[in-house]
Design a protein around this ligand. Sequence first.
Ligand code: PEP
Length: 233
Amino acid sequence: MIIASNFKTNHTRQSTALFVNEVNDYIKKNNISSEVFVFPTATSLDSFEVVSNFSIGAQNAYPIVTGSFTGEIGTSQLDEFGIKTILIGHSERRHILGETQNKIAKKYDFYKELGYKIIYCIGEPLEVKNKGLDQTLEYIYEQFNEIDTKYENLILAYEPVWAIGTGVTATNDDIENIHRAIKEKFPKPLLYGGSVKVENVREICQIPNVDGALIGTASWKTEDFIQILENTK
Ligand code: PEP
Protein backbone atom coordinates (compact mmCIF):
# COMPACT_ATOMS: atom_id res chain seq x y z
CA MET A 1 0.00 0.00 0.00
CA ILE A 2 0.97 3.59 -0.58
CA ILE A 3 -0.55 6.05 1.88
CA ALA A 4 -0.12 9.82 1.43
CA SER A 5 -1.24 12.79 3.49
CA ASN A 6 -1.81 16.14 1.81
CA PHE A 7 -1.79 19.00 4.36
CA LYS A 8 -2.92 21.68 1.84
CA THR A 9 -2.68 24.96 3.85
CA ASN A 10 -3.09 23.28 7.23
CA HIS A 11 -0.60 23.05 10.10
CA THR A 12 2.07 25.41 11.33
CA ARG A 13 5.78 24.61 11.43
CA GLN A 14 5.38 23.59 15.06
CA SER A 15 2.41 21.28 14.52
CA THR A 16 4.00 19.82 11.38
CA ALA A 17 7.09 18.92 13.41
CA LEU A 18 4.96 17.19 16.06
CA PHE A 19 2.99 15.31 13.40
CA VAL A 20 6.05 14.19 11.47
CA ASN A 21 7.98 13.07 14.55
CA GLU A 22 5.05 11.06 15.92
CA VAL A 23 4.33 9.40 12.59
CA ASN A 24 8.01 8.61 12.12
CA ASP A 25 8.16 6.94 15.57
CA TYR A 26 4.95 5.04 14.94
CA ILE A 27 6.17 3.64 11.61
CA LYS A 28 9.50 2.65 13.11
CA LYS A 29 7.93 0.80 16.04
CA ASN A 30 5.04 -0.86 14.25
CA ASN A 31 6.49 -2.65 11.29
CA ILE A 32 4.55 -0.63 8.76
CA SER A 33 5.32 -1.91 5.31
CA SER A 34 3.24 0.70 3.45
CA GLU A 35 5.13 3.39 1.57
CA VAL A 36 4.14 6.62 3.34
CA PHE A 37 4.30 10.20 2.06
CA VAL A 38 3.47 13.46 3.81
CA PHE A 39 3.04 16.70 1.87
CA PRO A 40 3.32 19.64 4.32
CA THR A 41 3.12 23.30 3.35
CA ALA A 42 6.22 24.75 1.67
CA THR A 43 6.97 26.78 4.80
CA SER A 44 7.23 23.64 6.92
CA LEU A 45 9.40 21.47 4.70
CA ASP A 46 12.33 21.81 7.11
CA SER A 47 10.45 22.14 10.41
CA PHE A 48 11.41 18.71 11.76
CA GLU A 49 14.38 16.44 12.30
CA VAL A 50 15.34 14.27 9.35
CA VAL A 51 12.75 11.51 8.84
CA SER A 52 13.90 8.02 8.05
CA ASN A 53 10.72 5.98 7.80
CA PHE A 54 8.72 7.81 5.16
CA SER A 55 9.05 10.53 2.54
CA ILE A 56 8.28 14.21 2.68
CA GLY A 57 7.09 15.76 -0.55
CA ALA A 58 6.23 19.19 -1.95
CA GLN A 59 2.59 19.97 -2.68
CA ASN A 60 3.75 22.20 -5.51
CA ALA A 61 6.76 23.97 -6.97
CA TYR A 62 7.44 25.91 -10.12
CA PRO A 63 9.33 24.14 -12.92
CA ILE A 64 12.47 26.21 -12.45
CA VAL A 65 15.74 26.00 -10.53
CA THR A 66 15.66 29.65 -9.57
CA GLY A 67 14.17 32.66 -11.32
CA SER A 68 11.65 35.52 -11.38
CA PHE A 69 8.39 33.79 -10.46
CA THR A 70 6.99 35.80 -7.59
CA GLY A 71 5.42 33.71 -4.88
CA GLU A 72 6.72 30.41 -6.19
CA ILE A 73 9.53 28.12 -5.09
CA GLY A 74 11.89 26.17 -7.35
CA THR A 75 14.32 23.32 -7.02
CA SER A 76 17.01 25.42 -5.36
CA GLN A 77 14.64 25.70 -2.38
CA LEU A 78 13.47 22.06 -2.55
CA ASP A 79 17.11 20.90 -2.67
CA GLU A 80 17.83 22.71 0.60
CA PHE A 81 15.23 20.50 2.25
CA GLY A 82 16.25 17.32 0.43
CA ILE A 83 12.83 17.05 -1.23
CA LYS A 84 12.63 14.58 -4.13
CA THR A 85 8.87 13.99 -4.32
CA ILE A 86 6.20 16.28 -5.73
CA LEU A 87 2.41 16.31 -6.23
CA ILE A 88 1.42 17.40 -9.73
CA GLY A 89 -2.05 17.92 -11.23
CA HIS A 90 -4.00 18.12 -7.96
CA SER A 91 -7.57 19.19 -8.67
CA GLU A 92 -7.26 22.29 -6.51
CA ARG A 93 -4.38 23.45 -8.70
CA ARG A 94 -6.26 22.58 -11.86
CA HIS A 95 -9.68 23.95 -10.95
CA ILE A 96 -9.10 26.64 -8.30
CA LEU A 97 -5.63 27.89 -9.20
CA GLY A 98 -6.16 27.57 -12.94
CA GLU A 99 -3.27 25.33 -13.98
CA THR A 100 -3.87 24.17 -17.55
CA GLN A 101 -2.96 20.72 -18.86
CA ASN A 102 -0.18 22.32 -20.86
CA LYS A 103 1.36 23.94 -17.75
CA ILE A 104 0.94 20.76 -15.77
CA ALA A 105 2.65 18.74 -18.49
CA LYS A 106 5.60 21.18 -18.55
CA LYS A 107 5.91 20.92 -14.78
CA TYR A 108 5.73 17.12 -15.04
CA ASP A 109 8.50 17.02 -17.65
CA PHE A 110 10.74 19.29 -15.65
CA TYR A 111 10.47 17.23 -12.45
CA LYS A 112 10.69 13.97 -14.37
CA GLU A 113 13.99 15.07 -15.93
CA LEU A 114 15.30 15.67 -12.41
CA GLY A 115 14.24 12.19 -11.29
CA TYR A 116 11.62 13.31 -8.76
CA LYS A 117 9.02 10.85 -7.60
CA ILE A 118 5.77 12.27 -8.95
CA ILE A 119 2.29 11.68 -7.60
CA TYR A 120 0.19 12.69 -10.59
CA CYS A 121 -3.49 13.43 -9.91
CA ILE A 122 -6.38 13.03 -12.30
CA GLY A 123 -10.14 13.13 -11.80
CA GLU A 124 -13.39 14.45 -13.18
CA PRO A 125 -15.73 17.20 -11.94
CA LEU A 126 -19.38 16.38 -11.10
CA GLU A 127 -20.83 17.57 -14.40
CA VAL A 128 -18.59 15.12 -16.24
CA LYS A 129 -19.33 12.25 -13.85
CA ASN A 130 -23.05 12.84 -14.45
CA LYS A 131 -22.56 12.20 -18.18
CA GLY A 132 -21.55 8.58 -17.48
CA LEU A 133 -18.51 6.31 -17.43
CA ASP A 134 -17.43 6.72 -21.06
CA GLN A 135 -17.34 10.52 -20.86
CA THR A 136 -15.66 10.35 -17.46
CA LEU A 137 -12.90 8.15 -18.82
CA GLU A 138 -12.50 10.33 -21.89
CA TYR A 139 -12.06 13.37 -19.60
CA ILE A 140 -9.55 11.54 -17.40
CA TYR A 141 -7.53 10.30 -20.38
CA GLU A 142 -7.19 13.90 -21.58
CA GLN A 143 -5.45 14.67 -18.31
CA PHE A 144 -2.67 12.39 -19.55
CA ASN A 145 -2.02 14.58 -22.61
CA GLU A 146 1.71 15.24 -23.00
CA ILE A 147 2.45 13.17 -19.88
CA ASP A 148 5.11 10.46 -20.18
CA THR A 149 3.28 7.69 -18.33
CA LYS A 150 6.18 5.28 -18.76
CA TYR A 151 8.22 7.26 -16.24
CA GLU A 152 9.57 4.86 -13.63
CA ASN A 153 9.02 7.17 -10.64
CA LEU A 154 5.36 7.82 -11.36
CA ILE A 155 2.47 7.13 -8.98
CA LEU A 156 -1.05 8.01 -10.13
CA ALA A 157 -3.89 9.24 -7.93
CA TYR A 158 -7.49 9.10 -9.11
CA GLU A 159 -9.32 11.84 -7.24
CA PRO A 160 -12.83 12.71 -8.42
CA VAL A 161 -13.14 16.47 -7.94
CA TRP A 162 -16.62 16.19 -6.43
CA ALA A 163 -15.29 13.87 -3.71
CA ILE A 164 -12.38 16.02 -2.56
CA GLY A 165 -13.00 17.64 0.80
CA THR A 166 -16.76 17.11 0.46
CA GLY A 167 -17.27 14.07 2.68
CA VAL A 168 -18.74 12.28 -0.36
CA THR A 169 -16.75 9.23 -1.41
CA ALA A 170 -17.09 7.52 -4.78
CA THR A 171 -18.92 4.18 -4.58
CA ASN A 172 -16.81 1.04 -4.49
CA ASP A 173 -18.17 0.13 -7.95
CA ASP A 174 -17.18 3.51 -9.39
CA ILE A 175 -13.71 3.24 -7.91
CA GLU A 176 -13.31 -0.31 -9.19
CA ASN A 177 -14.47 0.50 -12.73
CA ILE A 178 -12.42 3.64 -13.11
CA HIS A 179 -9.30 2.17 -11.55
CA ARG A 180 -9.51 -0.89 -13.81
CA ALA A 181 -9.80 1.31 -16.90
CA ILE A 182 -6.95 3.63 -15.88
CA LYS A 183 -4.67 0.73 -14.96
CA GLU A 184 -5.32 -1.04 -18.26
CA LYS A 185 -4.12 2.01 -20.14
CA PHE A 186 -1.49 3.20 -17.68
CA PRO A 187 -0.09 0.32 -15.61
CA LYS A 188 1.34 2.30 -12.70
CA PRO A 189 0.60 2.30 -8.95
CA LEU A 190 -2.81 3.99 -8.61
CA LEU A 191 -4.11 5.63 -5.43
CA TYR A 192 -7.68 6.67 -4.72
CA GLY A 193 -8.36 10.07 -3.14
CA GLY A 194 -11.58 11.84 -2.18
CA SER A 195 -12.96 11.85 1.36
CA VAL A 196 -11.01 8.78 2.44
CA LYS A 197 -11.13 8.51 6.22
CA VAL A 198 -10.31 6.20 9.14
CA GLU A 199 -13.64 4.40 8.75
CA ASN A 200 -13.48 3.64 5.02
CA VAL A 201 -9.77 3.42 4.19
CA ARG A 202 -9.44 -0.33 4.71
CA GLU A 203 -12.40 -1.16 2.48
CA ILE A 204 -11.29 1.25 -0.25
CA CYS A 205 -7.76 -0.12 -0.23
CA GLN A 206 -9.13 -3.64 -0.72
CA ILE A 207 -10.87 -2.73 -4.00
CA PRO A 208 -9.06 -4.35 -6.96
CA ASN A 209 -6.50 -2.05 -8.61
CA VAL A 210 -6.40 0.35 -5.65
CA ASP A 211 -2.79 0.57 -4.50
CA GLY A 212 -3.34 3.01 -1.66
CA ALA A 213 -4.86 6.37 -0.79
CA LEU A 214 -4.11 10.07 -1.05
CA ILE A 215 -5.83 11.72 1.90
CA GLY A 216 -6.49 15.35 2.78
CA THR A 217 -8.91 16.30 5.59
CA ALA A 218 -8.92 12.99 7.45
CA SER A 219 -5.14 12.86 7.63
CA TRP A 220 -4.47 16.14 9.39
CA LYS A 221 -4.83 14.90 12.96
CA THR A 222 -1.83 12.78 13.90
CA GLU A 223 -3.94 10.16 15.68
CA ASP A 224 -6.22 9.81 12.64
CA PHE A 225 -3.32 9.43 10.22
CA ILE A 226 -1.76 6.81 12.49
CA GLN A 227 -5.09 4.99 12.64
CA ILE A 228 -5.25 5.10 8.84
CA LEU A 229 -1.80 3.49 8.70
CA GLU A 230 -2.93 0.93 11.25
CA ASN A 231 -6.04 0.11 9.20
CA THR A 232 -4.05 -0.45 6.01
CA LYS A 233 -1.04 -2.37 7.27
C1 PEP B 1 -6.78 15.62 -1.45
O1 PEP B 1 -6.55 16.77 -1.10
O2 PEP B 1 -6.04 15.09 -2.29
C2 PEP B 1 -7.94 14.92 -0.89
C3 PEP B 1 -8.24 13.72 -1.35
O3 PEP B 1 -8.66 15.57 0.07
P1 PEP B 1 -9.82 14.94 1.01
O4 PEP B 1 -9.27 13.66 1.57
O5 PEP B 1 -10.07 15.96 2.03
O6 PEP B 1 -11.00 14.67 0.15
